[in-house]
Design a protein around this ligand. Structure first.
Ligand code: GSH
Length: 111
């Protein structure tokens, strides 16, 4: 099961937790504060920021990268509208996770 290191007061941690919940991805949240910059924190992210995501041998220290990666590898659930016109408008905008084309491919057959 993936691990999210961080604390929910952080908006970036909240973003990842909300995204994973919407995608139906089970994860463990492990409390980790960005201050002080402990050796444990800096070993996972030299920038000393949270959230940090661990999935097997993969360690990702950025919320957008976490969402993009987990969307590709951990879930096929589409959380964006796929029917016209909302889906078309949605696809014309840039995706914060860059998972949209894959998401579209996974879901368009049921649209
Ligand atoms: N670009 C990062 C930003 C993460 C970030 O700035 N997190 C804050 C907590 S809300 C942090 O760790 N700050 C500690 C610091 O800047 O040293 C992301 O999207 O994950």
């Amino acid at each position: 099961m993936p691990i999210v290191h961080g604390g929910v007061p952080s908006p970036f941690v909240k973003k990842v937790c909300a995204f994973l919940a919407e995608k139906g991805v089970a994860y463990e949240l492990r409390a980790l504060a960005p201050f002080p910059k402990t050796p444990e924190l800096l070993a996972m992210n030299p920038l000393g920021k949270i959230p940090i995501y661990q999935d097997g041998e993969l360690t990702l220290p950025d919320s957008s990268a976490i969402c993009a990666s987990s969307a590709r590898t951990r879930s096929r659930r589409c959380i964006r509208p796929i029917r016209r016109p909302t889906g078309a408008r949605c696809s014309s905008r840039s995706s914060p996770t860059r998972s949209w084309p894959r998401c579209w491919a996974a879901c368009s057959s049921s649209a």
